[in-house]
Design a protein around this ligand. Structure first.
Ligand SMILES: CC(C)(COP(=O)(O)OP(=O)(O)OC[C@H]1O[C@@H](n2cnc3c(N)ncnc32)[C@H](O)[C@@H]1OP(=O)(O)O)[C@@H](O)C(=O)NCCC(=O)NCCS
Length: 181
């Protein structure tokens, strides 16, 4: 299995991974989100990685630009969303490998903070910790019972300890329905 950046020609195959992984109800919505994010100028810089086996795409992850507002310094930040592995390929560690390869590349390109809204038992394996208690607010309020799902990770610098603020995501991701679960 190989992980590399995706190409424009692979867009349809990538959208299909999301459709299948997220199922009948959510699949088309998430696939549209990915398609729109790949066209969204305000999401740049973007990192789009695919997991490939025998020339077939089996997983995809997207990291898009985030801005930490209310800080005196400009912080280089990204949001991880979404991540999907083809149903027949799940639970083989591919998701974790895609996350970690993304984090490695972002660290090398001097990204300081990465955010994710996701399963609070899954992402901490890759170094994420709850973001709310660090003073970083999501673009839309996260209900208290799901507070642990909004997470952060510092890759570079010393910005976590001395800063706080509200996160502004790309235009396409900045819709309330993407922040409900
Ligand atoms: C969630 C997902 C990306 C994980 O990818 P993966 O390659 O299957 O995950 P890994 O093999 O790296 O890790 C598997 C572990 O994640 C856990 N996991 C998978 N889905 C989970 C979920 N919805 N909630 C909590 N844990 C989950 C598994 O229980 C497994 O735990 P174990 O190692 O203790 O058995 C994949 O299952 C998927 O595409 N799901 C559908 C789409 C989705 O929910 N995307 C994530 C949005 S936050």
């Amino acid at each position: 299995m190989k992980i590399r950046e995706s190409t424009e020609q692979e867009r349809k195959e990538i959208l299909n991974i999301h459709k299948q992984a997220f199922g009948e109800d959510k699949g088309p919505v998430i696939a549209k989100l990915v398609d729109d994010l790949l066209n969204d100028e305000t999401a740049m810089p973007i990192l789009s990685l695919v997991a490939v086996e025998n020339n077939k795409l089996i997983g995809h992850i997207l990291y898009t630009k985030a801005v930490v507002t209310q800080t005196e310094i400009l912080i280089a930040a990204q949001i991880l969303a979404p991540l999907a592995i083809l149903p027949g390929e799940q639970k083989k560690g591919i998701g974790e490998k895609l996350i970690n390869e993304g984090l490695r590349l972002l660290k090398a390109s001097e990204t300081e903070l990465v955010f994710v809204l996701g399963h609070p038992t899954y992402y901490p394996r890759c170094g994420f910790i709850p973001a709310g208690e660090q003073g970083f607010e999501a673009p839309y309020p996260i209900p208290p019972e799901h507070a642990e799902a909004w997470m952060i990770q510092e890759l570079n610098g010393d910005v976590l300890e001395n800063n706080s603020g509200k996160i502004q995501c790309s235009k396409v991701l900045n819709e309330p329905q993407h922040w409900r679960e």
